[in-house]
Ligand binder design. Structure first.
Ligand code: ZN
Ligand code: ZN
Length: 327
């Protein structure tokens, strides 16, 4: 019954509050985890802002957990957004557990990693690839996995546009270049820092997301939660091209003329992840190798991390350093 420190969401629209909670207890099939680092995702911001339903409060957010298993400190695992699935619904039975009717998500339905300790279903924990320090590994677990799933949905597109150049795009850019694709980064017009960052990571062009693309694209992935980018991305892709919406929440999409989607263009979203996505991506990342840029914050500074994310001030991914020696 020792107390652990956690950043807790009491109600949407309020800042997280540092609290001491009773140590969680692992149930059957669960691991008790000592959190070392936890990535901060835009989804955490949507949860804190009340843009996503949160079925149970209070809740500890955080779904990019890098931890060691209590009692087996040599074993390092990662906990992603998908925390539990039923295994029985038509989606689970057809390889689409990301769409499970009864899925539980880490940091929303289940307490997450903005805390010193967490419990997680062992079947949904991934081994962390060797060679990734705790902080650098954290963004692989959502930005990386969801980015990978989104990139896969572009098929063999040779020219890929990335709309919004945050945590996910900075990883996808590296993978796409390694695969031999050409990358174009679309950011806020004045965001010279993000544009320079994208070029450093291999984007051949970076510029205004609402301006014209430098040439036709074969696919685009929209990471920024801005509905106005959807017609912009459709306008940028060639006939037969695909626009993938990779966020869990987005402002309303403005109406647009049919000709933007005519010519067999595809518009689709990406929802959550499967464990297969996780296994695939965590095997791929060290081969590229993906190098993540992280901005570290102390656990008690989670609100500052969320504010920086909201303002677009984070280069790469924000990560909470939970165990002091993880940095
Ligand atoms: Zn996430
Ligand atoms: Zn299911």
């Amino acid at each position: 019954m020792v107390a652990m420190r956690a950043m807790v969401l009491d109600a949407p629209g309020r800042p997280l509050r540092l609290q001491e909670l009773d140590d969680p207890v692992a149930g059957a099939g669960q691991l008790l985890l000592r959190v070392r680092a936890c990535g901060v995702c835009r989804t955490d911001l949507h949860i804190v802002d009340g843009e996503l339903d949160v079925p149970r409060l209070p809740v500890v957010p955080g779904h990019q957990i890098v931890a060691t298993v209590a009692g087996d400190e040599a074993r390092r695992v990662g906990v992603p957004w998908l925390g539990w699935t039923c295994g029985a619904c038509r989606f689970c039975r057809s390889g689409r557990e990301n769409l499970c009717d009864r899925a539980r998500f880490t940091g929303r339905d289940l307490d997450g990693g903005f805390a010193e300790l967490a419990v997680a279903d062992a079947r949904f924990c991934f081994p962390i690839p060797a060679g990734y320090p705790d902080l650098q590994a954290a963004p692989l677990l959502c930005a990386g996995l969801i980015g990978h799933r989104a990139l896969t949905m572009t098929g063999d597109a040779a020219r890929v546009g990335l709309y919004g150049f945050g945590a996910a795009a900075h990883i996808v850019c590296q993978v796409a270049r390694w695969q031999g694709r050409r990358v174009f980064a679309f950011t806020r017009a004045q965001d010279a820092a993000a544009q320079a960052f994208a070029r450093e990571l291999g984007a051949e062009w970076a510029g205004d997301a609402l301006g014209p693309a430098p040439e036709e694209l074969d696919a685009a992935i929209v990471f920024a939660p801005v509905g106005a980018l959807v017609p912009a991305a459709l306008r940028a892709v060639a006939k037969g091209g695909t626009v993938v919406l990779a966020g869990i929440h987005m402002s309303d999409i403005p109406s647009f003329p049919y000709e933007l989607i005519w010519g067999e263009r595809t518009l689709r979203s990406v929802a959550n992840l499967t464990r297969r996505d996780g296994a695939e991506f965590l095997a791929l990342a060290p081969r590229v190798p993906v190098r993540t840029a992280v901005a570290p914050y102390a656990l008690e500074d989670a609100n500052a991390a969320l504010e920086d994310l909201r303002a677009g001030r984070v280069r790469g991914a924000a990560v909470l350093v939970v165990a002091p020696d993880a940095a």
